[in-house]
Design a protein. Structure first.
Length: 215
């Protein structure tokens, strides 16, 4: 596909998208209280490619809540989003996201990173694509992200732990959304905090789609 701005960059496949995203830089100083773990390129490519195939990316306004270093925002723009808004509270993460954006000048004008709490973001968008903090401690920290997404969009693609399935379905119904588990994945987290004991820790997660039931 060709970008709306007439770029010559054509994304030929999900694998091609993954290769491009492998250039994206990780957090330099990850903050545990914000649960800052980069979305791996293969998982970022999978969630955005899936949303694209469902008609929820190309020529759409996409929001990435908790955008971190920008990998999902960049992926959405590469797949033809007309406009992408990354909402991130950490200024250091936004600095890295802006560095990452320089790697893709053909899409840079279509991505905006806003330093703000997600609760202060109220723009209506076509689609939300996000990898929120999972909230094992405290439990269900991702609830705030989902509830904000329900407010601003009718279509949401998000990553959550498999153990949250019942919680996600209840929360979705309460807000008038239908939750669908699209993929089960092994999400890797690299060693980065002093209490980590393994080079890579993997846990079961899911890629979910939430659609407003009136659609």
């Amino acid at each position: 596909m060709e970008s709306p701005e007439g770029s010559k960059l054509i994304i030929r496949s999900k694998r091609h998208l993954e290769i491009l995203l492998s250039k994206v830089k990780d957090f330099e100083n990850p903050k545990f209280e914000l649960q800052q773990y980069i979305t791996p390129p293969d998982i970022a490519a999978l969630i955005v490619w899936t949303a694209f195939q469902s008609g929820h990316v190309e020529n759409c306004t996409v929001c990435d809540l908790g955008s971190g270093t920008g990998i999902l925002s960049i992926a959405a723009a590469l797949m033809g989003a007309e406009r992408v808004i990354g909402v991130e509270i950490d200024p250091e993460a936004i600095e890295i996201a802006m560095e990452n954006l320089k790697l893709f000048p053909e899409i840079s004008e279509r991505i905006e990173f806003r330093k703000m709490d997600i609760q202060d973001f109220n723009d209506k968008v076509d689609t939300v694509i996000m990898n929120p903090p999972y909230g094992e401690k405290p439990l269900h920290l991702d609830r705030n992200f989902l509830e904000k997404a329900f407010e601003i969009s009718d279509a949401i693609y998000s990553i959550h732990t498999i153990g949250s399935k019942d919680f996600l379905e209840r929360l979705s119904r309460k807000n008038g959304f239908q939750a669908t588990l699209l993929y089960t994945i092994n999400f890797p987290i690299k060693w980065r905090f002093k209490w980590h004991t393994k080079p890579i820790y993997r846990f079961k997660a899911g890629i979910w789609r939430f659609l407003r039931e009136s659609l």
